[in-house]
Unconditional design. Structure first.
Length: 577
């Protein structure tokens, strides 16, 4: 049976234990239940009472396509809410091959304690001094890890921002090529890892024992059909593999929901110059790769290998959200500058959404000029110096920076900045921003499907009808998908394919020897959301926190001239009972 690895970061000891009360859970379902049960809701997120959990999904380690996502959970230092942040990379699959369901970092060392690396193999856990990579970026750190521990090793690590406990700090994961380009970005969980004085967690699954399927033949049949579903859908089988997630740039811009110049406009004049089509054109011309999987077993292949004019690697996982945050919201027109900023964020270990939006706040506050990519790059890299207070401000997110720079136009919910869809022109995603347990987060209930892409239904993005119901259903389904370890992008195909949910249930049943039904699928998501809501309420959050910024209720967004017009009471319908 899979086990839970608990690591005491104060005395640097570890123990394995049976799942016990967490049996049957995985991914987000497990991280949220454990945080609810074991972390007092009123503690400071950087205290020793907070815990950092990394959990594989209930389908992770199997042959199911796109089942290699890792869930990382804690109390967020950015929002004060419960948080699950999700990432690709090799970490999830390698934990699965060591039969580790979850890893929990507990307690914290003294403030002056040195950073350590945690090495996990089939023989157990070792703690090693991290002096050689302390203060270094994640790219240099992963180079060191691969040189010392071998090419089969993978990493879960923080950059200088996490070491400094900045609240926009991410946790970076190495991809199948050893690049630290995948991120559990949102919520500042890198700061939690930094508070526990852990620089990197290295996993080498050499000679790990693969689990046995309860019914391998049944699993093979279901997983074959699952792959067919993903390959045959126009989004997961064509659009994302061809142009990556940045395929959305032109689509969302044309819909008038592309937030521009700190959410002043719904369209960006230079959108075509920073689009997925333009990125693919550059990659092809320069000899990069237009499609890659972020983890073994990915068949959607929406990642890529972006190279410079000399054909040298710059970044991968060059996502729509990143392109928008720096290119649309901060008005940077040069796609190479945006790629360099993506690389900088991964190297420093900060969330590209929060950081891109913070750069826009700095521009709004007159710290650097609008659209100046070089100035933005220099500003972001000021985080390298732990004594540079401007760097600390930029690494602490939108709310903090807006206060420091005297900006009153602050697009956040529960302290987390909004992603790349203006909620006034895509109101279903606005409902999700307002009511998700984790601050403004598009992945919590991606109503863009129904609002703009017309996948899984057609809900008018500018009206109120159907938005609350759509967001609620999607939030439930997403919590389940996160708990299974599946990539969120499978939802495009699932929403449009009649037997997709049953096929997922068949895979879970065959893997674990249970009768997992579509009713269980829904119940898993509902129970996960209930756990998260219970934690937030205990932390002091009320329905008054489930609302968007006041300026969006007053300012009309061009080109549709729409405002945000949901009341707080109306939004409560999106919460689970």
């Amino acid at each position: 049976m899979s086990k839970i690895l608990r690591v005491n970061t104060k005395d640097r000891t570890f123990r394995y234990e049976e799942p016990g009360q967490y049996a049957g859970l995985g991914g987000r379902g497990l991280t949220s239940r454990l945080i609810l049960n074991e972390v007092p809701a009123d503690v400071h997120a950087l205290s020793g009472d907070n815990k950092l959990v990394a959990a594989i999904g209930t389908l992770s380690g199997t042959a199911a396509a796109n089942s290699g996502r890792i869930s990382v959970g804690a109390k967020s230092p950015l929002t004060g809410t419960i948080k699950e942040s999700n990432s690709g990379g090799s970490f999830c699959q390698k934990l699965a091959r060591l039969d580790i369901l979850a890893m929990v970092l507990e307690d914290k060392p003294a403030d002056d304690a040195p950073f350590c690396n945690i090495i996990i193999t089939k023989d157990g856990v070792k703690f090693e001094d991290a002096a050689a990579i302390t203060g270094k970026g994640t790219y240099d750190s992963m180079g060191y890890i691969l040189d010392k521990y071998g090419k089969k090793a993978c990493g879960m690590l923080i950059g200088p921002a996490g070491e400094a406990c900045l609240t926009a700090a991410s946790i970076q994961f190495s991809d199948p090529w050893g690049r630290p380009a995948r991120a559990a970005g949102r919520g500042g969980l890198g700061a939690v890892m930094g508070s526990k004085k852990v620089k990197a967690i290295v996993v080498d699954d050499t000679d790990g024992e693969r689990f046995a399927y309860a019914d391998e033949e049944k699993f093979k049949i279901a997983s074959k059909r699952w792959a067919e579903i993903l390959r045959s859908h126009p989004v997961t089988g064509e659009g994302l593999p061809a142009f990556g997630t940045a395929v959305l740039v032109n689509i969302v811009n044309e819909a008038g929901a592309f937030p521009t110049k700190n959410f002043r406009d719904g369209r960006c004049a230079h959108a075509s110059d920073i689009s997925g089509e333009k990125i693919a054109e550059f990659i092809t011309k320069r000899g990069g790769k237009t499609k890659e999987g972020c983890h073994a077993g990915c068949i959607i292949q929406c990642s890529q290998n972006y190279v410079d004019e000399k054909g040298e690697y710059v970044t991968s996982g060059f996502e729509y959200e990143t392109v928008w945050a720096f290119g649309g919201n901060a008005l940077i027109k040069d796609i190479d500058q945006i790629a360099a900023l993506d690389r900088a964020c991964d190297d420093l270990g900060v969330d590209t959404i929060e950081t891109g939006n913070t750069v826009a706040i700095a521009m709004d506050g007159g710290v650097i000029p609008w659209g100046d990519g070089e100035a933005a790059h220099k500003l972001v890299y000021r985080m390298l110096d732990k004594k540079d207070y401007l760097g600390k401000i930029v690494g602490s997110g939108v709310d903090f920076a807006a206060q420091a720079f005297g900006v009153d136009r602050v697009p956040t919910v529960k302290g987390q900045s909004m992603p790349a869809y203006d909620p006034r022109a895509a109101k279903g995603i606005g409902v999700t921003y307002a009511t998700t347990t984790m601050g403004a987060d598009h992945t919590a209930g991606y109503a863009i499907c129904q609002n703009l892409l017309k996948v899984g239904g057609d809900v008018n993005p500018l009206g109120k009808a159907g938005q609350v119901e759509t967001s609620k259903a999607l939030q439930i389904a997403t919590a389940t998908v996160d708990s299974l370890g599946l990539c969120l992008f499978v939802a495009f195909a699932v929403l449009d394919t009649a037997d997709a949910a049953q096929v997922i249930c068949d895979m879970v049943s065959a893997r674990h020897g249970i009768n997992f039904t579509p009713d269980d699928f829904g119940a898993l998501g509902i129970n996960t959301l209930k756990d998260e809501l219970a934690f937030n309420r205990a932390a002091g959050f009320t329905k008054e926190h489930d609302q968007l910024p006041a300026f969006m209720m007053k300012e009309k967004l061009a080109p549709h001239n729409v405002v945000w017009d949901f009341t707080t009471d109306e939004l409560q319908g999106a919460l689970v009972d």
